[in-house]
Ligand binder design. Structure first.
Ligand SMILES: O=C(O)CCC(=O)C(=O)O
Ligand SMILES: [Fe+2]
Length: 440
């Protein structure tokens, strides 16, 4: 019989993210590979199924240098991004993501089972040309709305080498060599790669030829929002592990809160951040969506919350807020009794950072996490049993400074956490269980 902590560990293991991208090659008709472009009254036609180097050179010279976003500024810096771009008003592609099946292929798996592409809209964003020596260093893609979840890149079959896409997520790394993928495929084709926009990615230098891409922004378009796209099997797996814990009398015998840090970042409005998290619930990605649906299926209450801590402070005191506020004006490094203020003005609750592990009961690798530095000598208002570690979560100033593919417009990325209420043993599924803190 596994112990309670082993069951907790199993639950933790069942909600880790799979690869946060999907890539491949798809055969298409030559007609799909026709593209018109031009910045003046004269447009030109390029056929990627029969492309010459003169065609590619003309396209490359029509492009403007591509900028990128550093926080809220668009920057031209060829030591960070060297590529040519055409804005979407300067080109028209014949490639149809739906009739070719490209969108369905790209979303499969990435969307946790989303062969359901009906709820997804792909918006054409840019055409990019990477000539020899072009690259794009590590960045996230700038969110253009709270329902933007992903990015899709199409790579045409042109003679080139290099220009692989490297993806990094939670300490893991993947490389997709799109040049090789199109070169080794016989006949007309494109390479595609779709990924969550909040995942770090980079384009390695093109060493030969021209790499021509179309990029799309992917949005959830569900009105009214329906079930999250997710793999049923994943959700069943998480549910089974959760059920095993609920059935264990030693797991939160008197009821309590279970907490999870989100695996993905979510866009929140840059100004007027003090909105609630309804948008996030509608736009969950990957394992976060799986987690939420497993709890819902078991009739357990689970809500997204902000867990903030002082950015400048070495202690690890987290305060749970019902929603994300823009606290940048309110506090600075010298602000005094921050926690008191968050408690009284923002309905903040100091939370315990208890993190249980099967191997050593509670995480003591950094014991300051446990009891370090509560200012005002205040102890936690509420105990939360964190299933995964609450780290790198929302700093008080909340915006995550990023290199994006465009300046941050109206949205910034933030992590969130999910807090679930678990009823006492014997009455786990009381939907109304709130605990003494009325946290949910
Ligand atoms: O071309 C690629 O593979 C990725 C490009 C990219 O990351 C971007 O344009 O933001
Ligand atoms: Fe990007």
């Amino acid at each position: 019989m596994p112990s309670m902590l082993e069951k907790l560990e199993a639950l933790r293991a069942s909600i880790t993210e799979k690869a946060p991208y999907r890539a491949g090659v798809l055969d298409v008709d030559p007609e799909d590979l026709i593209l018109f472009y031009g910045k003046s009254r004269e447009a030109r036609r390029i056929d990627f199924s029969d492309v010459t180097s003169e065609d590619l050179e003309h396209l490359a010279t029509t492009c403007d240098p591509a900028s990128f976003g550093m926080n809220n500024e668009d920057v031209l810096d060829e030591s960070y991004r060297k590529a040519g771009k055409l804005d979407s008003k300067f080109f028209a592609s014949r490639l149809d993501l739906n009739s070719t099946g490209l969108l369905a292929m790209a979303l499969d798996d990435l969307m946790e089972g989303g062969d359901d592409q009906q709820g997804v809209e792909a918006e054409i964003y840019k055409l990019n040309v990477y000539g020899e020596g072009s690259f794009f260093k590590a960045h996230l893609d700038t969110p253009r709305g709270s329902n933007m979840f992903g990015s899709l890149v199409i790579v045409f079959k042109t003679p080139h080498e290099g220009g692989s896409l490297i993806i990094r997520d939670h300490g893991r790394e993947w490389t997709f060599d799109s040049a090789e993928a199109v070169a080794t495929n016989e006949g007309p084709c494109v390479a595609y790669i779709a990924f969550y926009s909040d995942v770090e990615h980079e384009v390695t230098p093109v060493t030969k030829g021209y790499r021509v891409t179309l990029t799309y922004n992917l949005y959830f378009k569900r009105d009214p929002p329906t079930e999250h796209l997710q793999l049923k099997s994943d959700s069943e797996n998480v549910k089974a592990h959760l059920q095993a814990l609920l059935d264990d009398p030693s797991f939160l015998p008197k009821g309590g809160y279970l907490g999870f840090g989100s695996n993905r970042l979510y866009p929140v409005p840059r100004v007027n951040i003090d909105e609630d998290y309804a948008d996030i619930v509608d736009n969950l990605k990957g394992s976060d969506a799986v987690l939420m649906s497993a709890f819902k299926d078991l009739s357990l209450k689970i809500r997204p919350r902000a867990a903030v801590r002082k950015q400048w402070s070495s202690d690890n005191v987290y305060v749970l807020l019902p929603k994300m506020y823009d606290l940048r004006q309110t506090f600075d490094d010298s602000t005094g009794p921050l926690i008191t203020c968050l408690r009284t003005e923002y309905k903040g609750l100091v939370i315990s950072n208890q993190y249980a592990r099967a191997d050593n009961t509670s995480d003591d690798s950094d014991s300051s996490d446990q009891d370090g530095g509560y200012d005002d000598g205040q102890s936690p208002d509420v105990d939360i049993l964190w299933v995964n570690k609450l780290e790198g979560h929302t700093e008080l100033y909340c915006p995550i400074a990023t290199y994006g593919n465009e300046a941050n417009l109206n949205h910034i990325y933030t992590y969130v956490c999910f807090v679930a209420g678990i009823g006492p043993y014997g009455a786990r599924l009381q939907r109304t269980w709130k605990g003494k803190n009325k946290l949910l």
